[in-house]
Every structure is written in structure tokens, then in C-alpha cells.
Write a protein that binds this ligand. Structure first.
Ligand SMILES: Nc1ncnc2c1ncn2[C@@H]1O[C@H](COP(=O)(O)OP(=O)(O)OP(=O)(O)O)[C@@H](O)[C@H]1O
Length: 216
């Protein structure tokens, strides 16, 4: 599903990724581990088409990510990838349901179909009874569940999560990881998760470790 070949990324003199290569099969959960500053976020951004490498190649399904122009990249991200971040990134003035519905509004999904999909997604992440609450009325773990539901709204083939449990206590972190594991198993999603959480790494099908920007 994902092929990464000879990926290099420099910011000025800072060579952040060095000849990174690996593959992820469809339906697999890949953990990318490594210390702070090892290049995990940079790698995820390159895979998801949020940034361009200095050299090398990323292929995701039928998309040759690293040779797409801006308009095609946007389409690829919309159709193929769901993103989850450490800081949840929910819109504070919107309810849980409205946050999950945002990607569906952007693609002009009709209201009834959107509401139905949002209901299903909130039930899937265990928040059927919290649809009308705003992010500040939810715990960190619940906010991350909303963010995961939002990332899955358009049924992406790939889920990219950058330290999804980084702001959570260990018990909550474990439940979020189990949710991601279940999503990969039940929805056939392929997931790439950056983490330094050993519990999370244990749930992965495949693990790569970045050290100073290279796979070890
Ligand atoms: N936009 C940027 N401009 C310049 N340098 C950057 C930029 N983004 C990242 N870097 C540098 O790249 C290196 C790797 O950063 P990156 O965020 O990918 O690491 P990380 O493993 O995700 O770390 P963390 O776990 O702290 O998020 C760091 O030295 C960082 O300073």
C-alpha cells in the first residue's frame, strides 16, 4: 500500500531524513519509533503529502505522492488519507458531531447522509452519547476519539497519526491505541503511527526505528 524509497529531507544544513526506505502492506499498522527530533513528524508529513522531500519517492496505493502537483496532492489527501495529531486539532466552537462532519461538508455530502455517517462514526469510537458536547466538555481521550472519527469520515485507505497518545495518561493512551488497532482490523485501513510509547509499539504489525533520521 505504501512504498518509501531513498527518502532524504534537509532543512538547510540539517539533514533530517537519510535514505529512508520501507514498505507497508494494505491493512497493516506500522509504528515509527524514535526519540524526539529523530525525524518522525518529518517522515509522516512526507508520506501524507504535507511536505516535499529533498529526494526520494513515496507511493501510496495508485498515487505517486512525490510527483504530484499541489491540486493533485490536495485531492490525494482528501480521498486517501486521514490525519490524527497529538494535539487533537478539533474546532472549539463546534460540537463533537460537527467536528466529525467537517470533512463531509468540505466534500458537500448531503445533510442526511452526513448525519448518518457522523452517527455511525461517533458510535464506532464509543461517543454516541457525546455528540452535542464541545471539545472543552470532553476529556483528552474523548477529544482524540473525536479526532479519529473525523479522520475516518471519508473512509480513507490510510490513517497517519503523529504521537496520537502523546498528551494522554497511560491508561487513556492504551484505549486510544486499541481503538486504532480495531480500526485497522475492522475497516481495512492501513495505518502509520509515530510514537515513542512502548505500549503502542507493541500493538503494531511492523515497527521501524528512526535514529538521527535513518532507519535502524
Ligand atoms: N520546518 C522545519 N524547518 C527547519 N527544521 C525543521 C523543520 N521541521 C523539522 N525540523 C527539524 O527536523 C528535525 C526532526 O524533527 P521532527 O519533528 O521530524 O522529529 P520528531 O521525531 O517528530 O520529533 P518529536 O517527537 O519531538 O515531534 C529536528 O531537528 C527539527 O528541528
Amino acid at each position: 500500500m505504501i512504498t518509501v524509497e531513498g527518502l532524504n529531507k534537509s532543512y538547510g544544513a540539517n539533514h533530517v531524513l537519510r535514505d529512508v526506505g520501507f514498505t507497508v502492506d494494505a491493512g497493516e499498522l506500522l509504528a515509527v519509533r524514535g526519540r524526539s527530533g529523530s525525524g518522525k513528524t518529518t517522515l509522516l508529513n512526507l508520506i501524507g503529502g504535507l511536505d516535499a522531500p529533498s529526494s526520494g519517492r513515496v507511493v501510496m496505493g495508485s498515487w505517486e505522492v512525490t510527483s504530484l502537483g499541489p491540486a493533485e496532492l490536495q485531492r490525494m489527501r482528501r480521498e486517501t488519507v486521514g490525519f490524527v495529531f497529538q494535539s487533537f486539532g478539533l474546532i472549539p466552537v463546534l460540537s463533537a458531531a460537527e467536528n466529525v462532519g467537517v470533512p463531509l461538508r468540505l466534500t458537500r455530502t448531503p445533510a442526511r447522509a452526513r448525519e448518518e455517517r457522523v452517527r455511525l462514526l461517533l458510535a464506532m469510537v464509543g461517543l454516541a452519547d457525546h455528540a452535542r458536547q464541545r471539545p472543552y466538555e470532553l476529556s483528552g481521550g474523548q477529544q482524540q476519539r473525536v479526532a479519529i472519527a473525523r479522520a475516518l469520515a471519508r473512509s480513507p485507505q490510510v490513517l497517519i497519526a503523529d504521537e496520537p497518545t502523546g498528551q494522554l495518561d497511560s491508561e487513556t493512551a492504551q484505549s486510544i491505541m486499541q481503538l486504532i488497532r480495531a480500526v485497522v482490523r475492522d475497516q481495512g485501513v492501513t495505518a502509520v503511527v509515530a510514537t515513542h510509547d512502548p505500549l503502542l509499539v507493541r500493538q503494531a504489525d511492523r515497527v521501524i526505528e528512526l535514529r538521527d533520521g535513518a532507519v535502524r
